[in-house]
Ligand binder design. Structure first.
Ligand SMILES: NC(=O)c1ccc[n+]([C@@H]2O[C@H](COP(=O)([O-])OP(=O)(O)OC[C@H]3O[C@@H](n4cnc5c(N)ncnc54)[C@H](O)[C@@H]3O)[C@@H](O)[C@H]2O)c1
Length: 299
């Protein structure tokens, strides 16, 4: 309902089903006659993927295969896929990451995303009428600017923005920062935070490109700018008008100093450029948090 409200259109129809349920997914495609599929469903916690790898491959790879098979039997030939920067060997270098950078996911989540990409590319190679847009997200963040739609993680968030948001809302006491001795300007990890409304525009641009070009693409989606944990924490303080306390904790295994994307291909292939900055990300997140926790005072 809130998607409809935010978009000023009738709310989209929702069918709840598991992507591994062949019958349900096949029936849905048969009934709906889709022009294209945007495939977001998946499991995404790096730490969970280490303790429950089989489940991650089952959903992220097996579930995708079910979707492809249902598309095949129902004449749907275009798919936009949520991939991730975790497919890259993030330890390999410090500069902007291009799409032809070496692969090297160091956890089952990233491995499942890379396998999913390979399944999609094999399908595309086997059937010339297929076109697939593989979008490698960097760090999606923020909420819809209306404050109507945002994220509400059930478990302690793995991602920075929802964690900071919970501290700002008084749900957590402090932000734990994993290391302040990285080789970055202020010693905290640097990442590329892309506003979810920019990310959404990237998906529409991907779909347009599939229609226009008749073939697929693999594209990074990010801003091309790296921000440190402390940069984001201060930007959030500015947005919410309150202090975000923090504590420096030991580094997390598998983390890297810096990761941000090269945006050239997104510009060339999709005509895509991120428009929103970290202030817009934090302001939209804070608006959503106040919707989520109405008891939180404005500042
Ligand atoms: N958020 C990020 O930082 C990030 C970064 C890169 C890529 N991605 C990818 O983007 C996609 C969306 O991520 P998100 O942040 O919105 O995650 P999310 O966890 O908020 O959303 C994923 C959705 O998939 C659904 N899902 C999981 N297993 C399913 C199954 N078997 N059948 C049907 N639905 C199932 C979940 O219920 C959830 O609604 C994922 O594929 C994720 O891997 C996310």
């Amino acid at each position: 309902d809130r998607i409809g409200q935010a978009a000023g259109r009738p709310a989209p129809r929702v069918v709840e089903a598991d992507i591994r349920d062949r019958t349900a997914i096949h029936d849905l495609m048969e009934r709906s006659q889709f022009d294209a599929v945007m495939h977001f469903a998946g499991l995404k916690s790096v730490s969970d993927s280490v303790s429950r790898p089989a489940e991650y491959f089952d959903v992220n790879v097996g579930g995708l295969v079910t979707v492809i098979q249902a598309m095949k039997s129902n004449g749907v030939r275009k798919l936009v896929f949520s991939s991730s920067a975790t497919v890259y060997d993030l330890g390999a270098g410090q500069g902007a990451i291009r799409e032809d950078a070496p692969f090297g996911p160091n956890n089952p989540y990233g491995q499942s995303k890379l396998m999913a990409e390979q399944v999609l590319q094999a399908q595309e190679a086997a059937a010339p009428d297929w076109s697939v847009g593989i979008l490698r997200y960097f760090n999606p963040a923020g909420a819809h600017p209306s404050g109507l739609i945002g994220e509400c993680p059930a478990d302690p968030p793995d991602n920075l923005l929802p964690y900071i948001a919970q501290v700002a809302a008084g749900q957590r006491q402090y932000l734990g920062i994993f290391g302040d001795d990285w080789d970055t300007p202020d010693g905290t990890g640097v990442r590329d935070y892309v506003h979810i409304t920019d990310l959404a525009r990237g998906h529409l641009a991907s779909l347009d490109a599939l229609e226009r070009d008749g073939h697929g693409h693999v594209v990074n989606l990010g801003t091309g700018r790296g921000l440190s944990v402390q940069d984001v924490r201060r930007a959030y303080e500015h947005a919410c008008g309150r202090e975000i306390p923090f504590r420096i904790l030991p580094r997390r295994p598998g983390d890297v100093a810096s990761c941000y994307c090269d945006t050239q291909r997104a510009r060339d292939v999709l005509g895509f450029e991120a428009r929103q900055d970290v202030d817009a990300i934090c302001a939209s997140s804070w608006k959503w948090v106040r919707h989520l926790y109405p008891e939180v005072s404005p500042s």
